[in-house]
Design a protein around this ligand. Sequence first.
Ligand code: ZN
Ligand code: ZN
Length: 458
Amino acid sequence: MAKSNHITFSVLGGGGEVGANCFLLGVDGHQILLDCGTHPKKEGLEALPDFSMIERTPDALVISHAHVDHCGAAPYLARLHPSIRCFTTIPTARIMDRMLHNSVAVMGAIAKERGIQEYPLYEHKDVNFAMRGVRGFEFSAPALLPLDPPAEVTFYFSGHVMGSASILLRFTDHVVFYTGDMCETDQELMAGCSPLEKNLRVDTLITESTHGAMDASGVRPYAEESERLGVAVAGALNGGGSVLIPSFALGRTQEMLNILARLQEEGKVPRVPIYASGLGRAIYELYDRFSEYLKQGATLRPLEQFGRIGNVWHPNDVKRLIDKPCIVVATSGMMLENTPSALIAQEMVRHTHHGIFFAGYVDPDTLGARLLRAEVGDMLQFMYGHPPQEVCLPNIHRFHFSAHASRDALTRRIGRLAPKNTVFVHGDSDAIDWMRSHTETMTRAYSPTLGQTIVIGD
Ligand SMILES: [Zn+2]
Ligand SMILES: [Zn+2]
């Protein structure tokens, strides 16, 4: 009898968007869940993947990295399916723990501020319970998943943030490669993704498509962008102002702190104090602990070199902080309302001499994007339930540091792996459309959206 080479692929989240990434793979009678994130732009139960698509407890959950759009719903899933086993890399297991406990605190705060009844979606005890089922693996070391028949998993270094991996799953008759979030070029601290073995053959590739709609002009070399940032930061500081750099806690914060410290050491930026906010500091400690996974030759400065921000909820503390020229790296990266970066910006925009420099992607629906679009004289609300603040500050810009692969690198990887099937996920529809139309001759393309189950194969 001919072997069946069919697999099924269900999108619980993250199809046709950068959402609550969660994909259910059916192969060899196994049900494998790839990632289990929360949606960055939705709230309450809406932020969860569509768990109603899961009919029985999956045999394994495999996590690519610790950004919450990839792991933020794992404690909720563990409550629904207490016996689920979770596999990831050694650093991601530790970073996930910190990120998820922080999510409990953030959801608790939002519940209070805005009365969202469903929050928190899980408690600290649920995080502890979920983390008990997590096993961390070393990179590039094939391991057996305890399934019947067994399947082999290998985590490849994906170059995105500390611990991030692309995941190779070898089933009896089918090889699946999931890129997770990947970056082919070096950053300040992270090396680009590791090369794959020359003879690696893949039946089905599941690839991120984040930059599918961005041509080469939108992707600036990291080193060039660091220099541009240095000039802007020096300009604001030399004018007597302070600088705010809104940054994601995992990845961008550690990168920015070390870029800024290097620019100071090179004499390109005045040696003013650099401050970092809470969760970014906690993750920094884990970058230090797992420093063997950093780029060879990367310098991770001691965390003590960077000051603590203090209580941003108190306007006088913020005033005191930015009164003397300094640089502040604070979450959130897209400046969501009521986060440290929003509270500091609220004070900064009252003046004309500071600088606010975004370091990466800013979603068009966020406060960060509204601030980038704002003209002097516009009114913007930084805190829920508080009156809007007039923007007097003209020096607000965006820099393009990316921790994602360019579309050309993604296309090259498809050419190199020559998979029979490619599933495009983790990208807006125009990004996925570009990727599909430029790889049509190389592979059979699929781009399922939320709630869809597709059958892949001959
Ligand atoms: Zn990510
Ligand atoms: Zn992502």
